[in-house]
Design a protein around this ligand. Structure first.
Ligand code: FES
Ligand code: CO
Length: 360
């Protein structure tokens, strides 16, 4: 942000809205921060080593790096204990993260290894990094902010059974930033009513908005909806068809969508939505398909989904910052059954009435 830009102000958040930073429970879930392939040990031109990544989750700045080409990523708070420099300004060399300010060095587990000004002097007790739990799954790096003192993660990274099934090919799609809450983006993804309108230039038809059925049920980890949505074509095709969609929400913000077309084509989407702060989020998306590259090139699928995400983004970025929990704040119609259950489950989650993993 330049000095000439107005700082962002928070829009329309009241006491009946869900504000993530008020509820530590959200720290106890896994969130995707980048693709595994984004974290490299290749030296960056102009640096003395590989570039670590900066990411933000629930308002916490993180540094993500890979100490060893053959090893897992490391994640820590993006602040040097010495004089507060962002560690993501540093570099990775010889399996160590190096701070850009005074060159202190740390191992993969955050242990201080070198203070270059007086290398033989003892390392101060507080010089180590504050590490964050991380894991690599489905080509993505996931983190959980809550350490053992906060109870650690409540659930595992959501299951994607198709990932290891040779009948499904993998199409990693990348990520999109949204200027809306993570809850708004989840709600949008289980909202069958918006397709005909928001996506009229990709696969929706505003003259064909009627839904024939809509079902939603609780699961131990969130909810599942199954709905037939009339659509115009599918990636790279035209012509009206019906998408049979089963959408599982793993609360709070991960989704597994299974779409079946009438000809049997299967299309799975892992939608890993990460809360950046109280008012913005990022979605990391991985697609799995039962057809082949010759049937439909991955580049076409990505281009189509890019258009779809931008259509949602154009609308969602203009919504208020507060995610309403109280029923009286909005009008609700028959097509909002999914949204109403989702909002109820967020309420139960933040009030401690329900925890993912409890019996449905
Ligand atoms: Fe990082 Fe001094 S601020 S080494
Ligand atoms: Co949409």
């Amino acid at each position: 942000m330049t000095a000439l830009q107005e700082p962002r102000t928070t829009r329309h958040v009241g006491p009946d809205h869900l504000v993530l930073s008020e509820h530590p429970v959200f720290r106890r879930f896994w969130y995707a921060v980048c693709a595994v392939d984004d974290v490299t040990t290749e030296p960056e031109p102009g640096r003395r080593g590989a570039a670590p990544l900066h990411r933000k989750v629930l308002g916490t700045d993180l540094v993500v790096w890979r100490p060893d080409p053959a090893g897992p990523v490391s994640v820590a708070h993006d602040r040097c204990a010495h004089r507060d420099a962002p560690l993501s300004m540093g570099w990775v060399a010889d399996c160590r993260l190096v701070c850009a300010y005074h060159g202190w060095e740390w191992d993969a587990d955050g242990t201080t290894r070198r203070i270059p000004q007086f290398p033989d002097s003892p390392h101060p007790t507080k010089s180590g990094l504050t590490m964050v739990a991380s894991t690599e799954r489905y080509g993505l790096v996931w983190v959980c902010l809550a350490g053992p003192d906060e109870g650690g993660p409540i659930t595992d990274v959501p299951a994607v059974p198709e990932w290891d099934d040779p009948a499904w090919r993998r199409v990693p799609e990348g990520s999109w930033d949204f200027d809306c809450t993570a809850m708004h983006l989840v709600e949008n993804n289980i909202d069958p009513g918006h397709v005909a309108f928001v996506h009229m230039n990709s696969f929706g038809n505003p003259d064909n908005p009627e839904l024939t059925d809509q079902n939603v049920a609780r699961t131990p980890y969130g909810l599942i909806t199954w709905t037939d949505v009339p659509v115009e074509g599918r990636p790279g095709e035209t012509g009206a068809t019906v998408r049979h969609t089963w959408s599982q929400v793993h609360l709070p913000f991960s989704m597994h969508l299974l779409i079946r077309y009438p000809d049997g084509l299967g299309h799975v989407m892992l939608k890993a939505i990460t809360p950046v702060d109280d008012r913005s989020c990022v979605i990391h998306q991985v697609v799995l398909r039962t057809d082949t590259e010759a049937d439909r090139p991955a580049a076409d699928i990505r281009a189509f989904d890019h258009q779809v995400e931008l259509e949602d983004k154009t609308l969602l970025d203009r919504l208020p910052d507060g995610f309403p929990l109280a029923q009286h704040l909005n009008a609700h119609a028959k097509a909002d059954k999914n949204s109403l259950l989702l909002r109820r489950m967020y309420t139960e989650l933040v009030t401690g009435q329900w925890t993912p993993g409890d019996p449905a």
